[in-house]
Write a protein that binds this ligand. Sequence first.
Ligand code: KIV
Ligand code: NA
Length: 278
Amino acid sequence: KQALTTPRLKAMKSQGKPIAMLTAYDYPSAMLAEEAGVDAILVGDSLGNVVLGYDTTVPVKLEDMIYHTRAVVRGAPGTMVVTDMPFATYRLGPEATLRNAARLMQEGGAHAVKLEGGAELVDEIRLLASAGIPVLGHIGLTPQMVHQIGGYKVQGKSSEQAERLLQDAKALEQAGAFGIVLELVTEELAAAVTHSIGIPTIGIGAGRGCDGQVLVYHDLLKYGSGIRDKKMVKSYANIGDTVREAIAQYVDEVKTKAFPEEKHAFTLKQDSAEASNE
Ligand code: KIV
Ligand code: NA
């Protein structure tokens, strides 16, 4: 399978082919996402919430993103991998942002990066794009700003906010972003943004009018708990219950000595080939 490139992702918009993106954070999640046929993987800084157990994405470090991106790329060698630039590793001026984005690509193996923010990031995005670093924008609810925003609220409800979001989307496109994530905005606004720009919009909690969708792996599978509003999430399985029940059964079988059984044991009577763990 050939990895999707950013021009092919853009072409999907003009062809009206929906883009299915999913987050992944390690080797097995990436492998399963690729086998299931996702168009692109996001190594989201939601890593902080769903894998590392932080309350917000703010504590996530560049090194965390590099480490997890390497595992994802090993698990999904045929899939386009976009990695989030974590809190305060951009907005430091274009050169410092370029250095950090380059580390995600050179050390992590990411094919593209994602930054949260609008028109204020155009200089940084222009430099990244000119250096060969594809940039995915992210506007609407931007979780790295949670302490500034004061919660995970639907964005773009007032006409001033909606107008600003539309201008941000246009600025990101002009600066060279290859796509834009729209998070937690009204369906009306997301559709309007989608029609106003030539690059694909990828929605999460942004309704039915986007060019693609993205979900958090752990939300899709109900595997542990996410921070995101339940209303915007659809869980297609309940892996958390499955895992808990399996572990509880294991614990019970150890306590009752039901496991291990004779067939799991190695004995002196077996020949050496049998006694090896095969
Ligand atoms: O970190 C993340 O998972 C994200 C998506 C929800 C877009 O940024
Ligand atoms: Na993110």
